[in-house]
Design a protein around this ligand. Structure first.
Ligand SMILES: Nc1ncnc2c1ncn2[C@@H]1O[C@H](COP(=O)(O)OP(=O)(O)O)[C@@H](O)[C@H]1O
Ligand SMILES: [Mg+2]
Length: 382
C-alpha cells in the first residue's frame, strides 16, 4: 500500500503541509528540530497505533493553536481510502476520526486499514530495555498480522486491572481470597491464548532474524530469539492451547496468589514473560556492543516487515526516522533491498549521506513548513 496524498496542519509545529508523496522514496530533509519526525508521526498515528514517540494525544496539538488535523489518502491493491484525524482542545468532542468519510468511535478500525512499520533510533530499546519493551514489540507485530490478538491483549489487560484492584481489597480484608478464582479463570483463558500466539510469532521471527543477521554481519554472527513463557515450557507448546493448558496457567496464578495478595500485584502469567535475544549464544542486552545492538534491532524490524509481506499482498509503508544516514553503505543497501517493494518515508539532516539510488521526492522542512519540494532527484543531486 502507499500514501498518495497527505495533508497536515496544526500537528505539533507543522503547518500547511500538503503533498503528493512519491510512490517509492520520500526524503524529508532539514536541520534539527524543524519538524521532520513530526511529519512521520502525523502520518503514523493514522495507523491506529500509539505514537512511536510514546507521547500523549493531547501533545499532538500545536502549543499555540487549538486544533490539529492529519489526513491521508491511501491506495492498496483494492482501492483508495481516506483517513482523517482531527482534534481540538474543546472538552466536549476533542477527537474526530473519519474513515472514508464515516465517523469512527476510535482509532481501532484504522489498525486494519493502514499498515506501517517505523524504524526509529529508539528501537535499540527492544534489545536494551525492560522485558516489557520486547513483549510489546512482539505483541504489536503479531497483532499487525492477526488483529484479533489485540482483542485478547485488551481483555487480558482489563482482567489484570480488576485482579490487581481485588488483591488490595483482599489484603485489607474487604473481600475473601476466594473471589480471585473467577478472575483467574478468565486470565487463564486469555493468557493461554497470548502465550501461544507469542510463542508462534517468536519462533517465526527467530527463523528470519537468524538469516538476516548472518547476512548483515557478514556471515559470522548468530542472532537468536527465544520465548520464555512464565507459565509454559517450550515443549508444552507442542500440545494444543486447550482446557488442560488453561488449567496449567490457572494453577500457576494460584501458586503465586498469596504473594500477590501481600504485594498487591500479579507475579505470574504473560506479564512476566521474557523474550531472550542472544548474539553468538550470549545475551545481547548484557553483552552486545552498540553496533551489534543496533544491527539486531534493525534486523528484528526488517524481519517483522518480511513476515508481514509473506502474509499480505499489500506491503506496509515504511518510516525511517534518522536511520539511513547512520548506517554504512553495505547496511543501507541491505535495508534498501529488504524494503524494495515498499513506499518509504525517511528523514535525514544530511541527504548527501544517503545512497545515490535513493531517488524520489525530496521535501525540505523548515520551522514546520515545506520550504522546497523536488521530484525525481537523486539525494546526491545527480
Ligand atoms: N505540541 C507542539 N506544538 C508546537 N511545537 C511542537 C510541539 N511538539 C513539538 N514541537 C516542536 O517540534 C520541533 C521538533 O520537531 P521534530 O520533528 O522532532 O524535529 P526534527 O526535524 O529534528 O525531527 C521542536 O521545535 C519542538 O519545539
Ligand atoms: Mg527527528
Amino acid at each position: 500500500m502507499r500514501i498518495t496524498y497527505a495533508d497536515i496542519d496544526g500537528f505539533r509545529n507543522l503547518s500547511g503541509i500538503s503533498f503528493a508523496p512519491d510512490p517509492k522514496y520520500n526524503i524529508i530533509a532539514g536541520p534539527n528540530a524543524q519538524g521532520k519526525t513530526n511529519l512521520l508521526e502525523a502520518m503514523w498515528i493514522l495507523s491506529g497505533c500509539r505514537s512511536f514517540r510514546g507521547s500523549k494525544e493531547k501533545d499532538y496539538i500545536c502549543l499555540d493553536g487549538n486544533r490539529m488535523s492529519s489526513k491521508i489518502k491511501l491506495r492498496d491493491s483494492v482501492r483508495e481510502q481516506k483517513i482523517e484525524f482531527e482534534m481540538t482542545r474543546s472538552a466536549s468532542s476533542p477527537k474526530n476520526i473519519h474513515l472514508n468519510g464515516v465517523k469512527q468511535k476510535g482509532t481501532r478500525a484504522l489498525f486494519d486499514v493502514f499498515k506501517c512499520i517505523a524504524f526509529i533510533p529508539d528501537d535499540v530499546e527492544i534489545i536494551k530495555g525492560s522485558p516489557e519493551k520486547r513483549r510489546s514489540f512482539i505483541d504489536m507485530a503479531a497483532s499487525q498480522l492477526n488483529p484479533v490478538f489485540v482483542v485478547h491483549l485488551n481483555k487480558h489487560n482489563a482482567i489484570m486491572n480488576q485482579r490487581n484492584a481485588l488483591l488490595k481489597d483482599i489484603s485489607q480484608g474487604n473481600s475473601p481470597a476466594s473471589v480471585l478464582e473467577i478472575w483467574d479463570r478468565q486470565a487463564a483463558r486469555e493468557g493461554t491464548i497470548i502465550s501461544y500466539m507469542r510463542n508462534e510469532y517468536v519462533s517465526k521471527i527467530n527463523e528470519i532474524c537468524g538469516r538476516l543477521y548472518r547476512t548483515i554481519s557478514g556471515g559470522n554472527e548468530e542472532l537468536e530469539l527465544e520465548y520464555r513463557s512464565n507459565v509454559f515450557r517450550p515443549e508444552d507448546f507442542d500440545s494444543p492451547a486447550d482446557s488442560q493448558a488453561e488449567e496449567q496457567y490457572y494453577r500457576k496464578l494460584q501458586d503465586t496468589s498469596e504473594y500477590d495478595i501481600r504485594t498487591g500485584s500479579t507475579h505470574s502469567g504473560v506479564n512476566r514473560d521474557e523474550i531472550i535475544i542472544k548474539i553468538n549464544g550470549v545475551s545481547a542486552r548484557d553483552y552486545g556492543s552498540q553496533g551489534q545492538i543496533k544491527s539486531a534491532a534493525l534486523v528484528m524490524k526488517l524481519a517483522q516487515a518480511e513476515i508481514f509481506m509473506k502474509r499480505s499482498k499489500d506491503a506496509p509503508v515504511v518510516f525511517l526516522d534518522d536511520v539511513m544516514g547512520e548506517l554504512d553503505e553495505n547496511r543501507q543497501r541491505f535495508v534498501l533491498d529488504m524494503i524494495k517493494d515498499m513506499q518509504v518515508f525517511l528523514t535525514t539532516p544530511n541527504e548527501a549521506a544517503l545512497l545515490p539510488e535513493i531517488k524520489g521526492k525530496l521535501l525540505y522542512i523548515s520551522e514546520g513548513r515545506i520550504t522546497d519540494e523536488k521530484s525525481n532527484i537523486s539525494s546526491c543531486g545527480e
